[in-house]
Write a protein that binds this ligand. Structure first.
Ligand code: 9WN
Length: 420
């Protein structure tokens, strides 16, 4: 496929999933607005319609909660094709939203789109409106998800990481009960191949956590300590740190001094604390289970995604080396779990498949660090996957088999981002 054909196709996917002021990840499987999908999709829009890119981010941030949290799903219009819907979350918001959050990549997106904007007047105006909200979200993270002030935030539900069924959560999930979960019918497995999705047992535990948080009135001063699942994910923290750092730069340029100083401080404390997540045996970062204090030995992409933050040069070099090692056990980089691990499953969601959004963030981080050796290979593999198998939600890193939903917004957005 020629470059312009690929871009045209990607734009078509984005147009089909465009609901005017927000996009859905894909028709059918995910009929609402998702948090980090929107932020990353805005990057794609920004190459051909800057106003639409800003609109995507503005719509997302318009549904921020009073405490600063930005929900992971906004249920703009009723649709019974997805479970769990608004009635399960019961957050009492209008329009309804979920009660948990997702990776804070919006700050990075605002800074990146602002930096390359052609319409500077619009970009300044939009950034001035968005930055205080994004900053309040970042502050919410460190206040509510790092109550002991460690410098690192915990996620309380696997859906918050965006890596729903990663091997990283397996041991901790054993401690999440299933008793008392109200009977439910999954909808995802009617849209996508069940062999590509999380298991029923995992779904019960996802819903147990939702019911438990709901019973606490979604009160974020209680949720962290009450949750049996408190996971410190290096990728998740790296995204937050990168966004804090990038909006600090932008706030400085716009004369928003308080935001600049406070964001810089959060990023610095986060970066210092990231060192505690380095796993020498794996040669990459790893998750820390805050409930047990254990640094995990799980070789997942969460620890490589840490490259997105301005980590020390030697760590970036080691992560580049880690990607090189992974390239010997797959055909398409970067697998979401190490293919040599017994837990690897090439088709099952976050237990092996390649996700273009994660590839983009790893490549971008390595490039920023000057560790460019693996970047062309990562980018080339992204484009080869699309060429061979279309704009799927994720792909098998060995066979390129397209998995999950098709005609996927953020996959298309990443193709546009990588080809420009
Ligand atoms: C739950 C929308 C989202 C992504 C996540 C991905 C998947 C949802 C689900 O889809 O999660 O949030 O129902 O499986 O794991 O990263 O944001 O594309």
């Amino acid at each position: 496929m020629q470059r312009h054909e690929m871009i045209d196709h990607a734009r078509l996917v984005m147009r089909d999933n465009d609901r005017g002021t927000y996009t859905v990840p894909t028709h059918g499987l995910y009929p609402f607005q998702w948090n980090w999908d929107s932020a990353l999709s805005a990057l794609g829009f920004s190459h051909f319609d800057e106003a639409r890119a800003w609109q995507e981010l503005t719509t997302l941030m318009a549904h921020q909660w009073a405490d600063g949290m930005v929900p992971h799903i906004i249920f703009h219009r009723p649709d019974d094709g997805y479970f769990p819907g608004p009635e399960v979350w019961g957050t009492g918001h209008t329009p309804p939203t979920s009660g948990i959050t997702q990776p804070a990549v919006a700050g990075f997106a605002v800074a990146r789109i602002h930096a390359r904007a052609h319409d500077k007047v619009l970009a300044d105006e939009q950034a001035r409106a968005l930055l205080p909200k994004i900053h309040a979200w970042h502050q919410w993270f460190y206040r509510c998800r790092d109550p002991q002030g460690t410098g690192l935030v915990a996620v309380l539900h696997p859906w918050e990481t965006g890596r729903d069924n990663s091997v990283d959560w397996d041991a901790a999930f054993e401690r999440v009960p299933t008793e008392g979960v109200a009977p439910f019918t999954r909808r995802d497995t009617t849209h996508a191949n069940p062999a590509h999705r999380p298991t029923d047992d995992q779904y019960k535990r996802y819903i147990w956590l939702v019911q438990t948080f709901r019973a606490l009135g979604w009160d974020n001063s209680k949720l962290h300590d009450a949750s049996p699942f408190q996971m410190v994910d290096p990728g998740f923290n790296a995204i937050l740190i990168r966004s804090c750092n990038d909006i600090a730069d932008l706030a400085e340029r716009l004369g928003l001094d308080d935001i600049a100083v406070q964001s810089r401080d959060m990023a610095r404390r986060g970066l210092d604390a990231m060192e505690t997540l380095w796993n020498d045996r794996l040669g990459q970062y790893a998750c820390l289970d805050r409930t047990t204090g254990d640094l995990l030995d799980s070789p997942s992409i969460g620890g490589i995604l840490a490259a997105f933050a301005p980590i020390p040069k030697a760590r970036a070099a080691a992560l580049s080396q880690r990607v090189e090692v992974l390239s010997h056990s797959c055909n398409y980089l970067v697998p979401s779990h190490d293919p040599t691990s017994p837990d690897f499953e090439g088709l099952r969601y976050w237990r092996g498949p390649v996700w273009l959004i994660v590839n983009f963030m790893i490549a971008d981080g390595l490039e920023q660090a000057g560790e460019t050796a693996m970047v062309p290979r990562i980018v080339g593999d992204c484009l080869a996957l699309i060429e061979d198998s279309g704009f799927a939600e994720y792909h098998d890193p060995i066979t390129a088999e397209p998995c999950g939903g098709a005609h996927f917004t953020w996959t298309a957005a990443m193709v546009i981002e990588l080809l420009y």
